[in-house]
Design a binder for this molecule. Sequence first.
Ligand code: SF4
Length: 218
Amino acid sequence: MDNSATAKKCHMLKIVVAKLKRKYGANLRTSLDASSPWELLVATMLSAQSQDKQVNVVTKDLFKKYHSVEDYASISPKQLYSQIGSLGLYKNKAKNIVASAKAIVNNFNSQVPQSMDELILLPGVGRKTANVVLYNAFHIREGIAIDTHCITVSGRLKITRSSRPEVIESDLMKLLPKKEWGEITHLFIALGRDTCTAKRKLCARCTLKNICPSSDCK
Ligand code: SF4
């Protein structure tokens, strides 16, 4: 990308962020329910290919039964099956949650680590989960969490040519000031849920309709 193309995208993104904050509010956070960094890590791991609403239903009871990271480290994955069985990939999720709990107890003094390098060492934790936990639990911005809504919206805004999350994250990090790295995820998720969905784009009612390169209303 040449300098003028980059400058144009930076300018457009600045307007996009301002418009989305006006529509959806500033300081947006994850809609996953959690009362500690560990619970947020569990909820985020459970949210892979599941809706946040479904995860919140499951964790309402799960977090009443198991509290600390030590609780999860002391059970077998099978003991989680009945609690999380309504979610997709639950066997894999149970295995990773218990293995991550053991790793945190053994290697991190029972504290959820606060860096990308350490978080992605945990079983089943990739950059997206790590970014969600870092921003929402610790207010740390090391990268940008990219989910399916972020992929759809970034593509339609032509911020990136890639559909690979790690490339989109890198492209966005180059274009956005670091102070926006946490919120942009949740702003794109809000837009992707109600207006710019993967299946259809409702450009006529979109707050970005006058600046989006994929808008049907220009
Ligand atoms: S204008 Fe249309 S394509 Fe662009 S972000 Fe809005 S809904 Fe999506």
